[in-house]
Design a protein around this ligand. Structure first.
Ligand SMILES: Cc1ncc(COP(=O)(O)O)c(C=O)c1O
Length: 355
């Protein structure tokens, strides 16, 4: 099985950009760089030189963290860039399609639209905590379905797709679609990453990010993990020198053991806070439902979403509203204990507590 054959024909034969050679201890007169080192020098490496075309040390560090071999991983500018690269690589404009479940992360639609790919959504089962209906996903696939995005845990519902259901989808689609599991929030749940299934399913790709559990959203760093032939094509499509030198340095530092231990502690605190917030919010009488969540956010349904949102805003707290089939639902990101207390105070001004 080789899903690289599903890629656009012109991408299958695309040659990667040939960057100027970079060799240690040489005089670099081959890349039109400046010899002048800026006076702003709080970086380990001077910025007058281009970064590595692909940051190899960082690729090795992320592969070690996520549990795969480096050649199966491409470092990207957040997982958002990985979504864009996948859609551009696999979908011919006007012909191929992207399928995902609904509600889910809006970037899948966004990049499908940018590429001119068809976009198909399959509703999740609202009455079953927004579980993904894998049979419905399989039934909605067409000959042109190149990519299936499964967000797990899902944004904005917090739902994880059970492993056996994912395997069913992977088996059913075989080499007809690439199944992309977006694990942006996987660290906040209690199931392991599906990266461990990569060797078993050559049609599986996994997205990871440093923006959530590692707290590095500002650095714009993520990764796509999958079959080597696909990673090579994605790399050929990605801009040369995509990761800036200061970003590479900062993320290399973030991946040191000491930093990772701190990040693990932060994740544990966020999970505790999530549970506390859910408990306390459930006491308000205007809250009709709180969905369980494996992420650093959770979804609630209230009597009147606009009223809750505007009252919170008056108290300098911003929440997220989506509308559509989530009309009176609000997504709450779990903040620090102080942030969460500020939210609870704002909500406390709305109405009474349940008896
Ligand atoms: C499900 C999901 N995937 C991907 C992303 C993109 O994250 P980033 O580009 O910061 O890695 C987000 C951000 O909110 C997300 O919710």
């Amino acid at each position: 099985m080789n899903i690289a054959k599903l890629a656009r024909p012109e991408i299958q034969t695309l040659h990667a950009y040939e960057a100027a050679e970079q060799v240690e201890d040489t005089v670099r007169l081959n890349a039109n760089e400046s010899p002048i080192v800026s006076a702003v020098d709080h970086f380990r490496r001077p910025l007058n030189r281009y970064p590595e075309i692909r940051p190899q040390k960082l690729q090795r560090a992320l592969a070690a963290r996520f549990g795969c071999v480096p050649k199966k991983l491409l470092v990207t500018r957040g997982s958002s860039e990985a979504i864009d690269l996948l859609v551009r690589t696999f979908c011919r404009a006007g012909r191929d399609s992207v399928l995902t479940t609904s509600p889910s992360f809006s970037m899948y639609r966004h990049y499908a639209e940018v590429q001119g790919a068809r976009f198909v959504e399959v509703a999740t089962l609202a009455e079953q905590d927004f579980a993904i209906d894998v049979d419905a996903v399989i039934g909605a696939c067409e000959k042109t379905t190149r990519l299936i995005f499964i967000c797990s845990p899902n944004n904005p519902t917090g739902t994880t797709l059970p492993r056996d259901q994912l395997e069913k989808l992977l088996q059913q689609r075989g080499d007809r679609s690439a199944v992309v599991v977006d694990e942006a929030y996987v660290e906040f749940g209690d199931v392991p990453s599906v990266i461990e299934l990569l060797d078993k399913y050559p049609n599986l790709l996994v997205l990871r990010t440093l923006s959530k559990a590692l707290g590095f959203a500002g650095a714009r760093c993520g990764a796509v993990v999958g079959p080597e032939a696909v990673i090579r094509m994605l790399s050929a499509v990605q801009a040369p020198y995509a990761l800036a030198t200061p970003v590479v340095e900062c993320v290399e530092d973030a991946l040191q053991d000491e930093q990772l231990t701190l990040a693990e502690g932060a994740v544990a605190r966020i999970i505790e806070e999530r549970n506390r917030l859910m408990r306390e919010i459930s006491a308000f009488d205007f809250v009709k439902k709180i969905w369980p969540s494996d992420a650093n956010f959770f979804l609630i349904e209230v009597d009147d979403a606009d009223k809750v949102l505007s009252r919170c805003k008056e108290h300098r707290v911003l929440l997220r509203h989506f509308g559509g089939n989530l009309e009176d639902c609000i997504r709450i990101t779990v903040g620090s204990a102080d942030d969460n207390n500020q939210l609870l105070r704002a909500l406390g001004t709305l109405k009474g507590q349940k008896p």
